[in-house]
Design a binder for this molecule. Sequence first.
Ligand SMILES: [Zn+2]
Ligand SMILES: [Zn+2]
Length: 508
Amino acid sequence: MVGLYNVFLFALVSSQTIFKEEVKPTSQEVNFLTRYGYLPPQPHGSDFSVTAQSISEAVKKMQKFAGLPPTGELDPETMKLFRRRRCGMKDILDAKTKNRLKRYILQQGWDKKTITYRVHNGSSTLEQSRVEAIMTAGLAVWAPHGNLRFIQVEETKADIEVSFVSKDHGDGFPFDGPGRIVAHAFPPPHGAMHFDDDELWGDSPDEDNEDVTDLFAVAVHEIGHALGLSHSDVKASVMYPYYQVPVEKLHEDDILGMHELYLKEATTSTPAEFLYAKPSSSVPRFTKSDISYEEEDDIPDLCFTNYNTIQSMQGKLFVFEEEWMWVLSRRRKIIDGYPKKIHDVFVGLPKYIDVIKTIYEKRNGHIVIFSGRFFWEFSSRYRLIKRGRLSEYSVPPQVSELTSVFISNYNNKTYLIEYEKFWRFDEHTMTMDKGYPKEMSAWRKVPYPVDAALIWEGDTFFFRGPRFWRFDNNKIQAHEYYPLPTAQIWFPCALTPEMASYTTNEDI
Ligand SMILES: [Zn+2]
Ligand SMILES: [Zn+2]
């Protein structure tokens, strides 16, 4: 291998424009990029197909995954990544396809709800009983999100076998002494979890302590692998590959992964409290208690409800409320057969997504539904094409969900709205426009957060609660005669005395 790296470094020297100040990757760094899936595996004994350009691309991917600006250059912040303590498992599972969706397709969960674990030994610095206590606490963090039960065993072989080992320990993934790789764990049905015993393991997290590695933080991460999760590029998530302390709870991204693996079929498992929590508003909304459909049947009354969202797609108007959707061919004309249940139309949308709050039609005609940091893309005939992550839209990792997405008819750009901020994305180049995010207050006299934003017959409309606003592109503010009631203008709802029973609720 040494000879190959020499050839490789020579190639870099001859095209040093890629790297500033002659900073070139060492063989160790190339190793790193390969090990974690940023570079394809190097074929033994054959000519290197790796060029300085492919290194630069790999470095970009690594930077993006870590949450650094993807410059492709080995700047000091990037160089730090090579030396940081981290998990030994791959970041990119399939470098060929670049397809992050593989995250859940390649990985699988346990096909049972009761999972056994066994701790083989303590570390040089932590007694076995202490390690067992930490493992138990770590497993308890994950258990509720997959309806899982963990049972400790001592004699028999367990599903998850925990041990402290060092250097080459027989599984083909040797540890590397103090620092860098601190642990790894294998997905089901293997389940083994190895901690590098050359680390100084402790149980009081201290970010600044370079010497002591917090076992609980690492254990919670490795348990994620042993349950079938792979690495996440969401920095606040437990499945982020680099060591961070303290670990106190799971992130939405971790929890969604568990839902994908263990709760797909369950209908009672809505992570709604974090997916759909919204800041309070001062705009009138219907309150649940005043909606009378509940006793009669399950279908909300289109005339007396808030709307999860409304969108114009395929030249029609789509309305979403709870698990129902309506399609109108033009204003006030519902297409026969609607309302329908969202899962009957969008087959393949996970059951735990029980409301659609963010949806839009791409420039290529595909329909995309967003939930949390994930999206599901359907063909124009509602066939599931792919599942992806917000990062594909270049949305920063700290954004936990988008509340509305629409394409402007003015510039064909995609506007991605999150509560009080919005970004402008170019689907053609798949890049975010510079200068974003901007504040929603830029849409003057439109209240925010909005439930929906759409283009209809050339005009831009914003919806919130039971009302809507039309945006005046000339004055760059909401038109003065708005808001108006959504139900009476857009849907076949008569102006009735009950309209006076609009209930306001400051706290929804
Ligand atoms: Zn890991
Ligand atoms: Zn191992």
